[in-house]
Design a binder for this molecule. Sequence first.
Ligand SMILES: [Zn+2]
Length: 414
Amino acid sequence: MAERILPPCRSCGGTQLRPFLDLGVTPLADALVKPGLLDDDTFVEGFFPLEVAFCPECTLVQILEEVPAEKLFVENYLYFSSFSDHLLRHSREHALGLVGSRGLGPDSLVVEVASNDGYLLKNFAEVGVPVLGIDPAPEPAEAAVAAGVPTLQDFFGVELAERLVAEGKRADVIIANNVMAHVPDLNGFVGGFATLLKDDGVITVENPYVRDLIEHGEFDTVYHEHFCYYSCTAVDALVRRHGMFLNDVEYFPDLHGGTLRWWIGKQEHVSDTAQRFLAEERELGLTGYGYYADFAGRVEQIRADLLELLRGLKAQGKTIAAYGAAAKGSTLVNYVGIDTDLVDFVVDRNVHKQGFLMPGVHQPIRPVEALLEEQPDYVLVLAWNFLDEIARQQSEYLANGGRFIVPVPSPAIV
Ligand SMILES: [Zn+2]
């Protein structure tokens, strides 16, 4: 058999990538299908391979395939940050904390990359700290400007950073939340940070933790828009390549299934906490292939168990709906093979998604009120990272006898 040629590592350029999870061929997770399109003979839904690999040189976990950016991000960008209460609270605390700890004022500049609809920056703007949002998606960027948050509709990288510096702009704080997984040119992105940041400035980056992905079986957080899955070790190697240091780490176990906040600066002041995270990753083996080797088998087990559970309920004549038309829901229903025979419809709070169909498996997406109208016996919680929030919202559905099913770390009725 001819040896497979794999792409180079997205971070270090190494050529020794070792694949460890193959999720098959799936549709783009955010490519919701417009109703009526299925009746159009010319409509072809795009399916792409989805495979995850480990880089033994810099430890970065990443997907192998690259779907062209224009297919990934433009047409179906329907996610607006402002829809999660938990996220809004978390962001506000971070903003106010930075204003205090960094002594930010009218002469400071806070830049956020992937600023979405301005949900985070408006906390700075409200206390008189100048802000600049950067986001390539037109609708959220326009919403941000309308809400009083100056926003450039553009992709961030060295080029844009140099342009801002030429205009006399340098950042005291750069924030990048839940975007670094989505960056096709990782070194251009982090190089842009180094260009734009003042010498005594600070960068905070939030992203899900690859350790949670592996330990909790969160395979559904893998999709084509998520190129990379980070450990502290991988981030440390990445920022050092650009003359910066991973100085501190915070961990939020309940945010998006386990989120890290990395504090990065141009001077080396590595905290005890950061050192502890790096040491723990070495001890647990995240820095070697062995840590990832049995993941595919565990994911296959989740698929088998979930199918058995859902088919058993259907055999008893039960009705099942699902909650959460986000990307991870799409990965899960498509990889597991949950079609309209098993789950009748999916609900989502986001009005921009309602009326569309799930990618690949084509359940209709309806408002959350549909759960009370239809009172399905079970709801498969695809947005399991918001389980507590959804349970509060749906207390009436639950009081009426409805039950939730969570898919990971192993399928269970809760
Ligand atoms: Zn690498």
